[in-house]
Design a binder for this molecule. Sequence first.
Ligand SMILES: Nc1ncnc2c1ncn2[C@@H]1O[C@H](COP(=O)(O)OP(=O)(O)O)[C@@H](O)[C@H]1O
Ligand SMILES: [Mg+2]
Length: 216
Amino acid sequence: MDKLHINSLIENIHKQLLPQIHIESIDPHNPVEVHHLPEPWQLLGQGNYAAVVYHPDYPDRVVKIYAPGRPGFDEELEVYKRLGSHPAFSECLYAQNSFLVLKRLYGTTLYDCMHFGIRIPPRVIRDIDAALDYARDRGLFPHDIHGRNVMMHQGKGLVVDVSDFLHMEGCYKWNHLKIAYYWLYLPIFYPLGIGVPYPVLDIVRKTYRQLSAWRK
Ligand SMILES: Nc1ncnc2c1ncn2[C@@H]1O[C@H](COP(=O)(O)OP(=O)(O)O)[C@@H](O)[C@H]1O
Ligand SMILES: [Mg+2]
């Protein structure tokens, strides 16, 4: 993307997107709600802290906007600086006041793969492991790696959310996800290729959170 192109995207963000978008984070454990998004912006994803959107004229870029009152913007910027360029991660092209312009990662979150019954081959898990090792080599601490923060694209694994990688305390989500992958998913779901309804995935997600809270 040339400089002129990114400048017009930024102008668009300031003139059109930011004054009109309405995001609310009701509970930090559940995805934010996007009450209003001006045309022609498209919603790409909702995290627990931020919404991710894109403009059809700039399809290879996304804008991640933190919901009012949710922290993490400065940390995420710092993480992208440390990560540099790696095929399994996005890159930050511009950032200001709670929004970041990122390289778009094409793919399907593993959470959605589970829902739609899209087969996740072991290579995806190995790619993500390698990407997390790369992040560790860069002095970061992979954190909060769960099904909505990792994606699959053309059989390869991607890490879509690096916002908590400065947090030094241990995080077992990815290890637990891998155990579930090798012991449950690969022998049962993978051969059948069946999808799991969102309400069931939601129960798994919430039960996991409860169990983790009790362990502490
Ligand atoms: N660079 C990107 N390219 C494409 N989709 C993205 C990108 N970053 C985030 N998303 C989508 O937006 C969702 C929310 O973004 P995320 O960074 O996880 O927000 P949060 O920090 O609030 O959890 C992700 O699950 C993913 O579907
Ligand atoms: Mg996330």
